[in-house]
Ligand binder design. Structure first.
Ligand SMILES: Cc1ncc(COP(=O)(O)O)c(C=O)c1O
Length: 460
């Protein structure tokens, strides 16, 4: 690309307020300009090639540059671009609803389409409020969530999010939202086994219900693996136990499968196949179209829907783009490709290799924990492996590692002192080798830098 043109684009980009911008240095630096994508790679304006370690934002499941999706979307737009989902139906959204109902566990057969993951979770929460009001339980309103959860960027989903930095300087709902401890085994109290930690978490949930009164608790919402909270895999058996508590107390269990759905853990939905529970509500987005177009969906159980059958109130909730035909066409083609190319089987097969390779990073003195499942992983950096003290510096260690990785042709997702990976699900063994070698070197180079700057020393 010509330099003049690139400068012009950068000038124009200063007009964009990007997500998670800092107003202080806004406009003072240029982001990487991505001009091409293919397979597991992104290319910048100078033709430099990078492994897309986070798979976009946990969403690029079938890989970049798939022309079949483009064709399907083009054909749909040429045939029928848009009509109001409030008053009309389309073949393509009906087809997709039927495919989702088939793929989902249990009796989750009613599908509400949304624009993205935030609006899917917002819909689930608003549905729960509506449901209890209709059922004559206006006090059953409390929502229980967890620290380090991320559920979106609307007022309500921002409120159930448990990440402090996402709440800085915002107002959020406090009256009926409650956060439990993050279920991260690595950071459990020293004197607890993982089993005791699990029991502690379940007890904490039961105590919270008792404190609020089960008649006042409407729902528990959880990502099966907390994604942007640092790729947190709860202790074995946690979900089943929490689910049983929900059932005993008539609390709606909402699984936020925005990241874990559509193959990330080797299944279309992970709640049942990986964690052994059939939620009352599942929300999904991202991988549903592999990120090619924005789309979210909420799947409701037959039980919830039939409980409302006697009532004639309108569910006054909907989006202009609920079930947008082009997005549904992308999703249907994406699901077809995931099945046809046996991509979910590939994830299940390659998962042990992915983690064997990542585990070589334990050789590095600042790598304290490597965790994850399927093709999502978090690498947590610590000052000292025994004390597990988080490696927090003037500038997040994750960002330093990201800068070093980029020099080597790898993009990671830095989350403070954690590096997160969720590459396209089509990644091969040799691409995993390449990714882990680059990351190994990037972390080593970062350690050298920290030592030179006197910011860290190997105390062992
Ligand atoms: C688990 C989870 N839920 C919900 C969301 C929100 O999705 P969206 O950004 O599409 O609104 C995200 C986004 O990262 C997520 O990771």
């Amino acid at each position: 690309m010509k330099n003049d043109y690139i400068s012009e684009i950068y000038e124009k980009d200063k007009l964009v307020l990007h997500p998670y911008e800092n107003f202080n240095d806004r406009g003072t630096y240029n982001r990487k300009l991505i001009t091409k994508s293919d397979n597991i790679y992104l290319y910048d304006e100078n033709g430099n090639k990078f492994i897309d370690g986070p798979g976009g934002m946990w969403c690029n499941n079938i890989g970049h540059g798939n022309r079949e999706i483009g064709e399907a979307v083009k054909n749909q737009i040429e045939k029928m671009d848009y009509c109001s989902p409030f008053s009309e139906s389309t073949e393509i959204s009906a087809e997709l609803a039927s495919v989702l109902a088939d793929l989902s566990p249990g009796d989750l057969n009613t599908i509400f389409f949304t624009s993205d993951g935030s609006t899917a979770n917002e819909t689930a929460l608003r549905f729960v409020m509506f449901y209890n009001n209709i059922l004559g339980k206006p006090n059953k309103k409390h929502i229980i969530t967890r620290d380090k959860a991320y559920h979106g960027s609307t007022y309500l989903t921002g409120s159930i999010t448990g990440k402090d930095r996402e709440k800085n300087n915002f107002d959020f709902e406090k009256n009926f939202i409650h956060h439990l401890s993050s279920p991260l085994p690595y950071r459990r109290p020293k004197d607890q086994t993982p089993e005791q930690f699990c029991d502690f978490l379940v007890k904490e949930f039961e105590n919270k219900i008792e404190e609020l009164g089960s008649e006042n608790v409407a729902a528990f919402i959880a990502e099966p693996i907390l994604a942007s909270g640092g790729c947190i895999v709860p202790p074995e058996g946690y979900y089943k136990k929490i689910y049983d508590v929900c059932k005993r107390n008539e609390i709606i269990f909402i699984a936020d499968e925005v990241v874990t759905g559509f193959g990330r853990l080797g299944h279309f939905f992970s709640s049942e196949k990986v964690f052994g529970v059939v939620p009352d509500i599942i929300t999904c987005a991202k991988g549903i179209t592999s990120g090619y177009l924005p789309l979210g969906a909420v799947l409701f159980s037959d039980k919830l829907i039939s409980d409302l059958k006697h009532d004639s109130s309108l569910f006054f909730h909907g989006y202009t783009y609920s079930g947008h035909p082009a997005c549904c066409a992308a999703a249907l083609k994406n699901i077809e490709i995931l099945k046809r190319d046996k991509i979910l089987e590939h994830v299940r097969e390659i998962e042990p290799y992915f983690f064997d390779k990542l585990n070589t990073l334990y050789e590095l003195p600042i790598v304290g924990d490597i965790r994850g499942k399927g093709l999502m992983a978090g690498i947590e950096c610590v000052i000292n492996k025994d004390s597990k003290e988080a490696l927090v510096l003037d500038k997040a260690i994750g960002s330093r590692i990201d800068e070093e990785s980029i020099k080597l042709g790898l993009i990671i997702r830095p989350l403070y002192h954690i590096c997160v990976l969720s590459p396209a699900l089509i990644i091969t063994k040799s691409q995993i080798d390449d990714l882990t070698e680059k990351l190994y070197l990037a972390i080593s180079n970062t350690i050298d830098q920290l030592q030179k700057e006197g910011l860290w020393s190997n105390q062992k």
